[in-house]
Design a protein around this ligand. Structure first.
Ligand SMILES: [Zn+2]
Length: 475
């Protein structure tokens, strides 16, 4: 009896252990002291609950100088070395040894002490035209913005599985020597020069601190935005309808409430939206959140803005709960994500808006000079925006025509739920089989639209056919 129980329990215990390896979430605690006027940052952090990784590096922004990396008691018993490679443009990669001659070593808990000084750029006349981006530690004179991409806190990288581990739980004290307010992603904004923030759910960490105001409306935080109450109301409603649509179709509940953050870049004209879930941020000077609205004839969210916001909110699935890597990283991160947001546009704004999107994708795809087939992509292949944001959603739209939108939703769910796999072409292909598409159907699609020497022409022809038949039907 006892033996049988043990035998039955063993696979369950093993399963629990292997799930635990995935579920082990690092916790960051400690203190950051910064000055928005001087551009200085001092960090004293402890990273605990570090998962065991066969091979790893630890990333920290190249602008930081390390004072110490120690155990939690502060004993300086580890030696560190640093290198730089194309896995991150923003960070140095650190590894530790207990003795210089020995191999890499990663304890369960590490304490970091480091400091850095960054340019403060309040004067637009002295700025470059472009050159601000999500991974920048940006002091614009009033505030500082730093995201997980900048590696302002120690980021773990699992070399073997090509996986960046940057979603942490945290308890952190933020001191801003110049006062103001602070927002740390996963928490709520607070006023005052010294505040402690904590999050029990793992999040990528975006820190925004300095001179700004904030408020809450319909459960959504508006941080440093200058929207009118009516505009905030519209944006809240739109956000909630997107969240409802995605969670219903994806059959994966959307996480916590979105926050909107607005700030100016440290370059003259850079303007873009990014997501560090649950924050949607707009960085721009001429282009602000106001530009999402039109006033003609009444105040409304501008149609072009719908798909932009829909794209950003879809990153909860492709980029947050599912983080692609390997050869098709950008295909999944931006292309599949864009296809998902296209479904919202189709559902909420109908055929005309949908076809307009398809026509735009088509125009951009026609402009791609040398289209590299999906099965030939490498992680190092440079991909332009047309490929990521236009060609990929178009390719998926053509497949959708073959297999139906329900199977596409099943596929999106399957991909977003997958864990720890290399997202390369074999994964792309097998994920369709796993979601119930017959090998024969996939092969026919693959042959015509991926492997064929005229795959691009075939795609363009098919989309044109779809566009003309749907228009003809309408007449
Ligand atoms: Zn995106």
């Amino acid at each position: 009896m006892h033996k049988i129980t043990t035998i039955l329990l063993l696979p369950i215990i093993l399963l629990l252990f292997s799930l635990n390896a995935f579920a082990q979430i690092p916790h960051l605690s400690g203190e950051i002291t910064l000055s928005t006027k001087k551009g200085t940052i001092n960090c004293a952090f402890n990273l605990s609950n570090i998962p065991s990784l066969e091979d790893y590096t630890i990333w920290l922004n190249t602008g930081f100088n390390i004072a110490r990396i120690t155990d939690e008691t502060g004993e300086t018993k580890y030696h560190y070395s640093k290198s730089y490679n194309d896995k991150s443009s923003e960070a140095f990669q650190y590894t530790l040894t207990t003795k210089p001659s020995q191999g890499k070593f990663l304890p369960k808990s590490l304490t970091f002490s480091y400091t850095g000084a960054f340019p403060v750029s309040p004067d637009t006349t002295q700025m470059y035209a472009s050159g601000d981006w999500k991974g920048n530690i940006a002091f614009n004179g009033a505030t500082v913005r730093m995201t997980e991409q900048s590696a302002w806190y120690p980021i773990l990288y699992d070399v073997k599985n090509d996986k960046v581990i940057n979603n942490y739980t945290y308890t952190i004290k933020v001191n801003n020597e110049d006062g103001g307010a602070t927002y740390l992603n996963g928490g709520i904004p607070k006023t005052g020069g010294a505040n402690t923030f904590s999050s029990n759910s793992p999040v990528p960490m975006l820190l925004f601190s300095g001179d700004f105001t904030f408020l809450q409306q319909q459960g959504i935080h508006f941080i440093n935005t200058t929207l009118s109450p009516q505009e905030r109301d519209m944006l809240s409603q739109l956000t909630n309808s997107m969240v409802d649509f995605y969670s219903d179709k994806m059959k994966i509940p959307y996480g916590s409430k979105i926050s909107y953050l607005e700030t100016t870049p440290v370059s003259k004209y850079s303007a873009w939206l990014f997501v560090t879930y649950p924050t949607v941020a707009l960085v721009g000077r001429q282009f602000t959140l106001h530009n999402l609205f039109s006033n003609n004839p009444h105040l409304a969210v501008d149609t072009a803005s719908y798909s932009m916001i829909a794209h950003e909110l879809a990153h909860y699935y492709f980029g947050t709960i599912f983080t692609p890597n390997s050869d098709l990283k950008w295909v999944f991160l931006e292309g599949v994500n864009e296809y998902l947001s296209l479904q919202f546009v189709k559902d909420k704004f109908g055929r005309k808006a949908y076809q307009k999107k398809l026509s735009n994708y088509l125009k951009a795809t026609e402009g791609i000079k040398q289209l590299i087939p999906l099965d030939k992509l490498k992680a190092t292949t440079p991909l332009n925006d047309a490929y990521k944001y236009n060609y990929i959603p178009l390719l998926l739209t053509v497949l959708e025509k073959e297999i139906g939108v329900q199977k596409m939703w099943k596929w999106l769910n399957l991909v977003a739920s997958s864990k720890g796999e290399a997202t390369d072409y074999p994964f792309f292909k097998s994920s369709f089989m796993k979601s119930g598409i017959s090998p024969k159907t996939y092969s026919a699609f693959e042959e015509k639209y991926i492997l064929h020497e005229k795959s691009k022409e075939n795609l363009i022809e098919e989309v044109n056919r779809q566009l003309s038949t749907t228009t003809a039907k309408k007449r």
